[in-house]
Ligand binder design. Structure first.
Ligand SMILES: [Fe+2]
Length: 252
């Protein structure tokens, strides 16, 4: 099982680097299409667009339509749930029983749970009691397979960069962490949002964060010749070893 994770494309149509963001997104999809063996699926872990606008989503849908593998999207803080749902209405996988965009991707040896950590009032993450309940129900619905979870906001202390806690409060993050640990079956957490590659853990669960695909928004130190080369993550699953994560540099 191979997952290509992309994140934080922040498509905008009226910023000076708008073209660069579109090119980064397109080059990343082109690179994923060339992978051999091909990934089973692509997950975009949020902040697809920068202002939540329908025209930004139309641009993003057009880029994602070029992907050979099935694509799954989720909401970041910059996404607008209503417009995201409109843009990806034909996909059929977005949750319909709630405003929150959380759902399971089935059909693989590992269950993939996509969560919604968007806050109504902040760019930081939120995870209210309703979402904890929905997550707990999803986890309990199948006890036969391990689980990997995608969250836009990383549910661990990020020890590089300015924001150690990427949720509105530490208590909110702790609530999500407790829900992830409870079953003992969650084996990996994959996130975005902080625009830099880093890793941490949710107690014993390994957790990774991928850099932003948008190179103009990427944080961290890179050599000049990397300036226009996006990075994305490939997560490969092995039943004995769990997930191994590769940072893939577009254009190698
Ligand atoms: Fe974000």
């Amino acid at each position: 099982m191979i997952i290509a994770q992309i994140s934080d494309t922040h498509i905008a149509l009226d910023t000076p680097d708008a073209d660069r963001r579109i090119q980064d997104f397109e080059a990343t999809i082109t690179d994923i299409n060339r992978l051999d063996p091909a990934p089973d699926l692509i997950v975009h872990s949020g902040d697809i667009v920068h202002n939540g606008r329908l025209d930004e989503y139309s641009q993003s849908v057009a880029t994602l339509a070029r992907a050979n593998a099935p694509v799954y999207v989720m909401a970041g803080n910059k996404d607008d749930r209503t417009n995201l749902r409109k843009a990806f209405a034909g996909s059929g996988y977005l949750s319909r029983d709630s405003d929150f965009i959380d759902y399971e991707i089935g059909g693989f040896p590992v269950r993939l749970l996509v969560l919604d950590t968007k806050s109504a009032t902040s760019n930081k993450g939120d995870f209210c009691s309703e979402r904890i309940e929905r997550l707990t129900t999803m986890i309990a619905s199948d006890t036969s397979r391990p689980i990997a979870v995608f969250t836009h906001h990383p549910p661990f202390d990020v020890m590089v960069g300015p924001d150690q806690v990427n949720f509105e409060t530490r208590e909110i993050m702790s609530g999500l962490r407790a829900a992830l640990q409870q079953s003992g079956r969650v084996i990996a957490v994959f996130s975005g949002h902080v625009h830099r590659g880093t890793a941490g853990h949710v107690e014993t669960i390994p957790a990774t964060v991928m850099p932003s695909v948008a190179t103009t928004l990427r944080k961290g130190e890179y050599p000049d010749d990397m300036a226009a080369r996006p990075i994305y993550h490939i997560h490969r699953y092995d039943p004995a070893w769990g997930f191994s994560t590769q940072s893939r540099i577009v254009g190698v």
